[in-house]
Design a protein around this ligand. Structure first.
Ligand code: NAD
Length: 267
C-alpha cells in the first residue's frame, strides 16, 4: 500500500509547536506519515502558523505542486484555512475527500541586469522601489506600450490572492483569486506641476506583460520586494512581470470561505 506522507511546516511560536504535536499524534493515528523534512513524495503539505509561514513554506520548497493547507495560529490567516480547534474535523474531511482544490496564481518577474536575467516568483506581490526610501522615477510599459513615467515611492504588482495584503493597504482593489489578472498599484505616486503619475491601480489581463524600467540613476540603487523579502540588483535595466505558469494548489473546505474571510477579517 502507498505510504501516505504529509509534510509539516511550522513556525516556532509556542502555539504552533503545541498544535504540531497534537497534529502529528492525530495524523499517526489516522494512518498518515507526518514528515518534518520536506518529502517530494508527500501527498499534502500542512503549514502551521500565519500567512507568513504559508508563504515562506512555498518559497523555501520552490513552489511545489503538492497541495497545501494551513492551520492558523497567527493573526489574520488569509491563506490559513483550518482553525486549530477543528483538527479532527479537518483530518476526517481530508481523508473522505470532502474538499476542493483552489489554484492560486503566482507572479513572475524576469529581472534584466546588464548581462544577466533572473526569474523570481511571488505569492502575494512584487514591488520595485528605490533604495534608502528615495523617490524612484521609472518608465512603465504594458505589452510594450508606454503608459507613464512614474515618480513616487514605487510600484507594487500583486496577484489576485495577494490583493488583500500590501496592495489593499495601498488603496488597491480586492480581486477574486479565480480571475487571471495582475494588479499594478502605485505607492505614493507624485502628482505636481513637475511629475504626473497615475494615482489609481490598474487591473491587467494575466497574459499581458508589465515592464518597469527605472531611470539610469536607479540601476544600482533599487529595491525589489518579493512577498516581504528585499533583494538588490546591480546594473538593473528593466523587469518584466507576468502571471506565472506555475500555480499553488490550496485545499479549500468551504466554497464560502473567501467571503467569510473578507467579512470576518476586514469588517
Ligand atoms: P508577516 O508574515 O508578518 O505578514 C504581515 C501581515 O500581512 C500579516 O498580518 C499577514 O496575515 C498579512 N498577509 C499576508 N498575506 C496576506 C494576504 N494574501 N491577504 C491578507 N493579508 C495577508 O510579514 P512578512 O512575512 O514580512 O510579509 C508578508 C506580507 O506582508 C507581504 O507579502 C505583504 O503583502 C505584507 N505586507 C503588508 C504591508 C502593509 O499592509 N502595509 C507592509 C509590508 C508587508
Amino acid at each position: 500500500m502507498k505510504e501516505k506522507i504529509i509534510n509539516i511546516v511550522s513556525n516556532a511560536s509556542y502555539d504552533s509547536r503545541k498544535i504540531n504535536q497534537i497534529l502529528v499524534d492525530k495524523l499517526n493515528k489516522s494512518g498518515y506519515i507526518p514528515s518534518k523534512q520536506f518529502n517530494e513524495n508527500a501527498e499534502l503539505i500542512i503549514s502551521i502558523g500565519g500567512d507568513g509561514t504559508f508563504i515562506k513554506a512555498l518559497h523555501k520548497n520552490n513552489f511545489p505542486s503538492i497541495p497545501i493547507v494551513g492551520i492558523n495560529t497567527g493573526h489574520l490567516g488569509f491563506y490559513q484555512e483550518v482553525d486549530p480547534d477543528n483538527i479532527d474535523e479537518f483530518i476526517d474531511d481530508y481523508t473522505n475527500g470532502n474538499y476542493s482544490i483552489e489554484q492560486l496564481k503566482l507572479i513572475e518577474a524576469e529581472v534584466f541586469t546588464r548581462n544577466k536575467s533572473h526569474v523570481m516568483l511571488g505569492v502575494n506581490e512584487i514591488a520595485l522601489k528605490a533604495k534608502n526610501s528615495k523617490i524612484i522615477h521609472m518608465n512603465v510599459f504594458v505589452n510594450r506600450n508606454h503608459l507613464e513615467k512614474f515618480s513616487g515611492d514605487g510600484i507594487l504588482i500583486s496577484t489576485p490572492s495577494g490583493s488583500t495584503a500590501y496592495n489593499f493597504s495601498l488603496g488597491g482593489s480586492l480581486v477574486h483569486h479565480s480571475l487571471d489578472a495582475l494588479q499594478m498599484t502605485p505607492m505614493a505616486p507624485i502628482n505636481s506641476v513637475v511629475y504626473r503619475s497615475l494615482s489609481s491601480s490598474i487591473i491587467i489581463p494575466g497574459n499581458y506583460i508589465i515592464t518597469l524600467a527605472p531611470e539610469k540613476r536607479y540601476n544600482n540603487s533599487n529595491l525589489l520586494l518579493v512577498d516581504g523579502q528585499e533583494y538588490f540588483f546591480n546594473n538593473l535595466k528593466k523587469i518584466n512581470f507576468k502571471v506565472s505558469n506555475k500555480n499553488i494548489k490550496k485545499l479549500v473546505f468551504s466554497q464560502d470561505s473567501y467571503w467569510l474571510n473578507l467579512k470576518s477579517k476586514f469588517l
